[in-house]
Design a protein around this ligand. Structure first.
Ligand code: UDP
Length: 335
């Protein structure tokens, strides 16, 4: 019998953070990557690296998952596939529990069956809920305030059980605010609908939308607007590569915050966008958005110690510049 080829399986690899990670795994870490993506939100065009294979299927489809595990020796799973709209998770919770919590069980079952024991999970700071202290470390209580956060926390808990029962080790990467686009402008952020601050600011500058709305100016922060920890997508991608290497080196199950450790307010983002674009951002000031805490900033020390990783692209102008370059470039067939 011929030996099966070893691959890294990336679920949701055609999405925003997934596609940047796939590219880094393939082009910088020299890994053979198979992407499992149903292309509901992912983009075929975001898979630009030679040798990356796309299996267009839903991870809930046990037959397709079994087919991948039958054809390849899956050394590790990097799991991104998920819905990510907090507001929608409140009105459609079952959709979130089905896709974010239940569907990955198919993949975990196939891992158990085949003996694959490494899982890297795209989790979120939304698993913490309202901050009781900032910056937030990994030991911060996890009390999510919406179904999105709960759907991710439940998978974290399932992973802990899977380690005890089946020896599947995992790194749960709790992202703060993912942002920016690849520094060479070739792949980027393309959500529909788009709810995130930086693309909304830039779309307003481009005249693609009306003025962007600042959600609340009466928060207890120095300028009255919310503070977030904006972490560049290429830094997120490199953390996944480091997490893979960590598990391959025998590392134990763990959870790491991925952030810069430094916050920026909505007004600071708008000012940076004005510097980068040389244009005024059309703005209107609105009410607070429900569920937005005033400040979310990571304590990123543990990721540094455990994964030997830290954010490198931390200058706001560079971060926003990367998104601007992408949005004003070809966008490679997206939209
Ligand atoms: N925000 C805003 N206007 C927008 C989108 C976002 O004022 O059109 C604010 C939002 O209230 C939050 C911050 O920008 O304080 C980041 O929001 P985003 O949706 O990008 O990420 P989240 O923090 O919800 O994950």
């Amino acid at each position: 019998m011929s030996e099966k080829e070893s691959v890294i399986l990336v679920t949701g690899g055609a999405g925003y953070i997934g596609s940047h990670t796939v590219r880094m795994l393939a082009e910088q870490a020299g890994r053979r990557v198979v992407v499992l993506d149903n292309l509901v939100f992912g983009h075929r065009e975001a898979l630009i690296s030679p040798g990356v294979e796309l299996v267009e299927a839903d991870m809930a489809d046990a037959r397709s998952v079994a087919e991948v595990f039958g054809r390849y020796q899956v050394d590790a799973v990097v799991h991104f596939a998920a819905f990510c709209y907090v507001g929608e998770s409140v009105t459609e919770p079952l959709k979130y529990y089905q896709n974010n919590t239940a569907a990955p069980l198919t993949v975990l079952a196939a891992m158990r069956e085949s003996g694959c024991d490494k899982f890297i999970f795209s989790s979120t700071c939304a698993t913490y809920g309202d901050p009781v202290e900032v910056p937030m470390s990994e030991s911060h209580p996890q009390n999510p305030i919406n179904p999105y956060g709960r759907s991710k926390l439940m998978l974290e808990q399932i992973l802990a059980d899977c380690e005890r029962a089946y020896g599947i080790r995992s790194v749960r990467l709790r992202y703060f605010n993912a942002c920016g686009c690849s520094l060479d402008g070739r792949i980027g952020e393309d959500h529909d609908p788009e709810t995130h601050l930086i693309p909304n600011v830039l779309r307003a500058v481009l005249g693609e939308t009306g003025p962007m709305t600042v959600f609340g100016t009466d928060y207890p922060t120095p300028d009255g607007t919310c503070i977030r920890d904006y972490i560049h997508v290429e830094d997120l991608a490199s953390a996944h590569v480091r997490a893979l290497e960590y598990l391959e080196g025998g590392g134990a199950t763990t959870a790491c915050n991925l952030g810069t450790g430094k916050g920026a307010s909505v007004r600071e983002i708008i000012e940076a966008a004005e510097r980068v674009t040389g244009k005024e951002v059309p703005v209107r000031y609105g009410e607070r958005r429900e569920g937005d805490p005033p400040e979310l900033v990571a304590n990123a020390a543990f990721a540094r110690e455990t994964l030997d990783w830290e954010a490198k692209i931390v200058d706001l102008d560079q971060i926003i510049g990367s998104a601007w370059a992408w949005m004003t470039g070809e966008r490679k067939g997206h939209y």
